[in-house]
Design a protein around this ligand. Structure first.
Ligand SMILES: C[S@@+](CC[C@H](N)C(=O)[O-])C[C@H]1O[C@@H](n2cnc3c(N)ncnc32)[C@H](O)[C@@H]1O
Length: 270
């Protein structure tokens, strides 16, 4: 997919997803959020940049860790609606609309002790470029902690993408699982010039009370929201049916408990 088109699909898709995102996804994403914060080991007074901050789940947790010593937290994202939610909940933090691949555009001359990027890299057309951009905002000795979704076969909701892609002109997230496979994330962190690289795989489940909640999380509250918003009722019904068939093995009573996997990567700039 053309990189500029992918950025537009992400920007306006997440604008649509923003009002629904936390309610649909916080439970499933909580293990990744906790693992990123544990790896970051933030200290009072540190300056933190949260890239692809979304509604600010990591941003506000980071603020509570660094504020006491006069710390500072800046959140960046492509989506204005995500940033609006984040800044409403964390008025003490600063928010800047910026592409994670070109942080120099919004944050020239600023550097940070810690850069976080929670579940954002998979949506960027060039994640290696994005890692270099993040490293460019680190002070010497600074830490970078990122999370991505893991192996495709470990994520029960993964058929969502081919189901939507079959009905649009180009793939919505062409590289989604690339950094989650094998030791791809560790290699990418080393390739960005970082040392002390460590990665860990962390399991999760996305629990939904019923089919409606599972479909809302998949289609309304996530990365395919823009494509889905343009589907007519017949197409919406067809993608719901296909998706529910794909997750049927994980049905629990009236609901679903979908396994998933994250990879958490941490590294240091010498
Ligand atoms: C799954 S959300 C993660 C939000 C948050 N970090 C969290 O852990 O809840 C993905 C976010 O990545 C953002 N995003 C996608 N592509 C981006 C890009 N190129 N630059 C910056 N943010 C991007 C989206 O707008 C969305 O808010």
């Amino acid at each position: 997919m053309d990189a500029r088109l992918q950025l537009r699909v992400q920007r306006y898709g997440w604008d649509r997803a923003a009002p629904h995102y936390e309610q649909a996804w916080n439970q499933a994403l909580a293990p990744a959020t906790a693992a990123v914060l544990a790896a970051a080991a933030l200290r009072p007074g540190e300056h933190v940049l949260d890239v692809a901050c979304g509604s600010g789940v990591l941003t506000r947790a980071a603020w509570s860790s660094v504020a006491a010593g006069g710390g500072k937290v800046v959140g960046t994202d492509l989506s204005e609606q995500m940033l609006a939610q984040a800044s409403e909940q964390s008025p003490q933090c600063r928010f800047v609309r910026a592409d994670g691949q070109h942080l120099e555009d919004g944050l020239a001359g600023e550097d940070f002790d810690v850069v976080l990027c929670g579940l954002g890299l998979m949506y960027m057309p060039d994640p290696e470029r994005a890692l270099v951009s993040m490293v460019g905002r680190l002070r010497p000795g600074g830490r970078l902690i990122v999370s991505v979704w893991g192996e495709r076969r470990a994520c029960a909701w993964a058929d969502l993408f081919p189901i939507v892609d079959a009905r649009v002109h180009s793939e919505v997230c062409p590289m989604f699982f690339r950094l989650g496979g094998g030791d791809a994330l560790a290699q990418a962190l080393r390739g960005a010039g970082l040392s002390a690289v460590a990665t860990a795989r962390i399991p999760t489940t996305a629990d939904y009370a019923d089919a409606q909640a599972a479909c809302d999380a998949a289609f309304v509250a996530g990365p395919v929201a823009l494509a889905y918003s343009r589907f007519d009722e017949t197409t919406r019904s067809a993608v719901h049916t296909e998706y529910l068939v794909s997750i049927e093995p994980w049905r629990v009573a009236a609901g679903y408990s979908l396994p998933g996997e994250f990879v958490i990567g941490s590294a240091r700039l010498d």
